[in-house]
Design a protein around this ligand. Structure first.
Ligand code: PLP
Length: 397
């Protein structure tokens, strides 16, 4: 019987792979570089891809297959391929989508800082054209696609750190019309909230370092796509070598088992924190798709249904300059002032000096990332403890 519900698949997908006479409940970590075959013909067939098997961990390993199978299942895709980081996954997916010297890559204006720099600096230096568009403005997206004919358009389901929600069905329709591949970074939403392939995306990407793993102890990335696209990425990655190691793959697969539980609690806590901050006299602005005032609140409801609005929000302290924000970060105690998100712990950070540090001050101003902006990834702690911590730190500002 094939389990149907998301929570059931999160626990079982990609696991229980028979190993001869027995089947492990939890697939083990295959900490081996080499694989021995009795028959050299078999080894040759595995290299040729005509027989299933493993030859070398850069090509794949049973531990990776387990993690990749689980993520592909949860994202409702045909296949997945795992990488050593989210950035390695984004790089490979853009290459797989055909971004090359002489072609164009288009990105949402407020994508994650390193993605912005990859598009704006690396791909430009390599001879590709690069441009940015406000993905929330569908008319602007259509005009840009029609005029510039990019090979690929990359957007985030929920953007980092401004929390804009992408209209994935409409963007997929536009990308198809203008023959651009649509790449969706689904890191912030996780497949618990949203499965972009079902809306017509060509590639879904995760920094699995975040919600998928969820415990702040793994760096990993993954791309979910068609079997045909996966084969192209596999061949590319044999040359690039961005493969995920078996220990990280195993931890990431373990993290996935509690994804629905964690994200449900994070969404509930984040909504409570966003409402509390929105009422606080020292707060000028709260960005969270769960608030009715958020410009894409209705869209978020349409895409995510009753499941929630994600575990991340951002906010601005009224009139706060950089020193005031730093004082706030030094006063914060329970929420960890660390540069990551999506963990069971609440994490707070200052985008202008961390995730978006690689952008110039002008680029940050254009994107809308001001010095007073803070990003909070809400954990699974008791919400009263999180609110008490924010309250005492705000008193210091
Ligand atoms: C939305 C998003 N995409 C991609 C990345 C890059 O992932 P990694 O740090 O695993 O390379 C990040 C990292 O913060 C991110 O927030």
């Amino acid at each position: 019987m094939k389990p149907k519900s998301f929570s059931t698949r999160a626990v079982h997908a990609g696991e229980h792979t028979p190993a001869g006479d027995y089947t492990p409940v939890v697939n083990p970590i295959y900490a081996t570089v080499g694989y021995l075959y009795d028959s050299t013909d078999d080894l040759d067939a595995v290299f040729a891809g005509t027989k299933e098997g493993y030859v070398y961990p850069r090509y794949g390993s049973p531990t990776l297959t387990s993690f990749e199978g689980a993520v592909a299942d949860l994202e409702e895709g045909q296949a997945a391929i795992a990488f050593g980081s989210g950035m390695a996954a984004i790089h490979a997916a853009l290459l797989g989508a055909g971004v090359r010297a002489g072609s164009r890559v288009m990105a949402a204006l407020d994508v994650y800082g390193a993605t912005y720099s990859m598009v704006n600096r690396l791909f430009r230096e390599l001879g590709a054209e690069a441009s940015f568009v406000d993905a929330a403005n569908l008319k602007a997206v259509e005009a840009a696609l029609a005029e510039q004919q990019p090979a690929a358009l990359i957007v985030e389901t929920i953007s980092n750190p401004l929390l804009k929600v992408a209209d994935l069905p409409a963007l997929a329709e536009l990308a198809r019309r203008y023959r651009a591949k649509l790449l969706v970074d689904n890191t912030f939403a996780s497949p618990y909230l949203c499965r972009p392939l079902a809306y017509g995306a060509d590639y879904v990407i995760h920094s699995a370092t975040k919600f998928l793993s969820g415990h702040g102890d793994v760096m990993a990335g993954v791309v979910v796509t068609s079997a045909e696209n996966r084969q192209k990425l596999y061949e590319l990655n044999i040359i690039i070598g961005g493969s995920l190691g078996p220990f990280e793959a195993w931890l990431a697969r373990r993290g996935l088992k509690t994804l629905p539980l964690r994200v449900r609690q994070q969404c509930q806590n984040a909504l409570g924190v966003a409402r509390w901050l929105a009422e606080h006299p020292k707060i000028a602005q709260v960005n969270y798709p769960g608030l009715p005032a958020h410009p894409q609140h209705e869209l978020a409801l349409r895409l995510f249904g009753e499941r929630g609005f994600g575990g991340v929000l951002s906010f601005e302290i009224a009139g706060a300059d950089r020193p005031a924000v730093f004082r706030f970060l030094e006063a914060i105690d329970l929420c960890l002032s660390a540069t990551t998100l999506g963990d069971i712990y609440s994490l707070i950070m200052h985008p202008a000096t961390t995730s978006h540090r690689s952008l110039s001050a002008e680029e940050r101003a254009q994107v809308g990332i001001r010095d007073g902006l803070l990003r909070l990834s809400v954990g699974i702690e008791d919400i009263d403890d999180i609110l008490a911590d924010l309250a005492q730190a705000l008193e210091q500002v």
